[in-house]
Design a protein around this ligand. Sequence first.
Ligand SMILES: [Zn+2]
Length: 466
Amino acid sequence: MKTTLLTLALFCAVPAAAAGLRAGAAAVDVTPQEWPIRVIGNFGLTLANSAHDPLHARAIVLEDSGVRIAIVLVDSCFIKREEMDRAKDLAAKRTNIPVNRILMAATHTHSAPPSRAKKGDGIEERYVERLVTQTAEAVVQANGRLQPAKIGWAVRPVPEELFNRRWFMREGGILPNPFGETGDLARMNPPAGSDSLIHPAGGTDPGFSIVSIQTVGGKPLALLGNYSLHYIGGVPGPEVSADYFGEFSKQVASRLAPGDPAFVAMLTNGTSGDVNNIDFIHPRPRAQPFERITAVAGKLAGHAVEQSRSMEYHATAPIQMVERELRVRYRRPTPEQLRFARAALEEKDESKLPRNAKTYAGWAIALNDGPEFADLKLQALRIGQLGIAAIPCEVFTEIGITLKELSPFRPTFTIELANGHYGYLPTPRHFKLGGYETWLGTNNLEPEASVKITRTILDLFEQIEK
Ligand SMILES: [Zn+2]
C-alpha cells in the first residue's frame, strides 16, 4: 500500500503534458544559388541557368499531449536516405524532436537539381549541403512557431486530372526494353491518340486529401494536400521549377492567407508511380510552358481552400507515430543482362543499341556490384482518426488505394518518396507486365517488395490504433 501511494505521489509530481494541439509551420528557400546546375527528371543532360520559381523546404510541426512530430516536404525529384537522415539529425539536435518523429519527403518535381552531388562538382556539392541544412532549418523554424491550434481533414474526389500511364498495346505497339528484351506487356507513356492503345494496365486514385491547420481563433496556419499525380512538367530545360507542387503552395497561400508570410501550404505526392496528367485517349494540344502546372495547381488549390472553410476542426487530436526498418533484397541483373550491359558500354555507335541502353547498362552494373539488401525506413502516423503512411519509393497507385481501404484510420493517405528513394514500387502483377517502371535500374527492389511494404505499414497502423 505504501509503495503504491508513493508511486502515485511520484507520478502526480510530474505534470502530465497538456492535451490540446499546438502547431507551427515554416518554409525556407532551397533554390540553387550558383549556375549552371544539372536538373534531373529526364534522360540526358539538362543544365539550368536560372529558376523560374523558387524551390522550398516546408515543414509543419504538430504536438499534442507531449508527442511532437514534424512533416517536411522538399522541392526535389527525390532525396536519398543518407541526405534525409543528415537533415533529420540536424533538425533533431536543434529541436529535440526525435529523428523517428520526423517524416521527410520530396515532392518529385522533375525540374530540380539532383540531391546527391557529382563528385568534384563544387556547385552541386554546395547545393546539396545547403539543401540538407536548409531542410533542417525549416523544422527548426516551424518548431519555434508552435502555438495553440486546431486541425481538420477531408477528402475530395478529383479524378479528371489523373491518367494511368501504363497501357496494353496492340501488336507492334511495344518496343524492346533498354536490355534489348521484348517481353513487356505494358508500355509507359504510349503516344497519345495512337491506334495501338487497348486500355490502361491500372487505375487511378481520385482521392485528394486535405489537412488544414488554424489558430484556435480560426486564422489559417498551414495546409497539407496529398494527391496521386506524378508531376505535371512542361518546364523548359534551362530552368529550375517546383512544378505544380510549388504553384499549389503559392495559390493556396494567396487565397487563404494573402500577405501572411508565416502561412505554409504544401502538396505532398500520394501514390503516383504509374499516374500522370496525359490524356492518352483524347490528346490535348501542346500547352504553353507552365500553363498546365498553373491550371492543375489552381484547381486543387480551389478545392483545398473551399474544403478548409467547411471542414470540422479539432482542438485536440491524439498524435502517434512509429517507424520500422524493413529489409528487402536488391535486384541483380541476370547473366544475360550483365553481358548485354557490358557490351553496351563498349559500343561506340549508339544507334546500334536500344534507347537509353548505356544509361541502364550503368545502373545494371551498379546493382550487380552494390549491396545485397536495402533497409527501407517505413513510417505510420495518426493525428486523431487521420492515418498517414510514408514509403520511400515511387509507389504504384493501387498500393495507395489498398492502404486506404485496409487502414484502421479514416481517412488514410500515403506520402511517397519519403525518408529515401529506391525507385519504382509496382505490385507483383505490374512487375509481371513489365514496362519502364519494372526495368532493372528504374526498378531496384525484389518483385515482392510492395507486398512486404504494404503488410508492414498495416502492421504499424495496427500498432498505433490503440
Ligand atoms: Zn518520376
